[in-house]
Design a protein around this ligand. Structure first.
Ligand code: SAM
Length: 227
């Protein structure tokens, strides 16, 4: 249950400076969001590759989110910025919140602020009566379209074929998203992101050990001028 969780009433009321002290006063908010980030493998892989891009993980489990928090604190302290460096050290751009992402995502992320939204190996919720607990649904897609900037990418990957079909179908049917192939993303210079999506997370590594298949589906938030 998330009864004990408190949420910011709006992104402007969230204390981003505490999460990203090296970027305090920059006015930056996260551009990459990893939803249900688990142990944080994606964020840790991407943080050094995009040192100026703020990234936030959301994770509902207390101990897991604490683990990721501690992991980031340790990485920051063992990788200080070189003296006189004009840029912050690595991992200053990555943080985590314990939150139920199915509630109040727009309370964290301003409209059109995200360039990438990740759903990596989400819980499948196999039984039909539990499908409403899935992280992709028409209601939630409207929120994701609101917080993603036009041109921003939703990355999904799973080893569960049925969940892959579910996520892909819902995203295809939603008017503000269009499919984008893995090759197109690589051609646009997002190959390192795609590689991290496949291999960097703890769940992704587990699927590899078990020789399972991975199903990737990515979508672009379409550009519309009327909003
Ligand atoms: N993405 C990670 C990976 O690939 O290793 C973790 C995958 S794990 C199967 C799914 C994660 O989503 C779990 O850590 C779970 O606690 C988290 N989760 C499930 N529902 C959530 C919610 N409503 N809000 C935030 N996190 C959630």
């Amino acid at each position: 249950s998330d009864h004990a969780l408190s949420y910011p009433s709006a992104p402007a009321h969230f204390d981003w400076d505490t999460h990203y002290p090296a970027f305090a006063g920059s006015g930056k908010t996260p551009e990459f969001a990893d939803i249900g980030c688990g142990f944080g493998g994606l964020l840790i892989a991407l943080a050094p590759l995009f040192p100026e891009t703020l990234m936030l993980g959301m994770e509902i489990r207390v101990q897991v989110s604490q683990y990721v928090h501690d992991r980031i604190v340790a990485l920051r302290s063992t990788n200080p910025a070189p003296p006189d460096s004009p840029t912050p050290g690595p991992y200053q751009n990555v943080s985590i919140v314990r939150a139920n992402s199915m509630k109040f995502m727009p309370n964290y992320f301003p409209k059109h602020s995200l360039s990438a939204l990740f759903f990596l190996f989400p819980d499948p919720h196999f039984k039909a009566r539990k499908h409403k607990a899935r992280i992709i649904s028409p209601t939630l897609l409207a929120e994701y379209a609101y917080i993603l900037r036009p041109g921003g990418i939703v990355y999904t990957i799973t080893d569960v074929r049925d969940l892959h079909d579910w996520m892909r179908t819902h995203l295809e049917q939603f008017p503000l998203f269009e499919p984008v192939s893995e090759q197109e993303l690589r051609d646009e210079g997002k190959g390192a992101i795609v590689d991290a999506v496949y291999t960097s997370t703890e769940e992704g590594k587990k699927v590899e050990r078990n020789k399972g298949e991975k199903w990737l589906a990515c979508f672009r938030r379409i550009e519309v001028t009327r909003d």
